[in-house]
Unconditional design. Structure first.
Length: 96
């Protein structure tokens, strides 16, 4: 998912850069520095959005892993408690 977001961001940035460049060339009104500033702003915005998305995905992944670990731990505790109860019950029967 991270790579697809990165590809999408790069494609959008390139498209916007080409569009801005094309408009600037046809209009002959925008100097090259303005085009560079527009491209830089677009890339900065896309990078920020990508970082936010990556952070969100990382947090969700960590939450999922933590929830699975807690569930597994609780299951092991439950099985351990059941085994101890069964062992105690078996011990009582063998003592009688």
């Amino acid at each position: 998912m991270f790579t697809s977001n990165l590809k999408k961001s790069v494609q959008v940035s390139v498209l916007l850069g080409a569009l801005v460049g094309s408009v600037a060339v046809h209009a002959q009104a925008a100097p090259v520095s303005d085009v560079a500033v527009a491209i830089e702003q677009t890339l900065t915005t896309q990078a920020q959005e990508l970082l936010v998305s990556a952070k969100r995905e990382l947090i969700l992944s960590l939450q999922t892993q933590l929830a699975e670990s807690i569930y597994d731990f609780n299951s092991q505790l439950s099985l351990s408690a059941d085994n101890k109860t069964e062992s105690a019950a078996a011990g009582e029967y063998s003592a009688k």
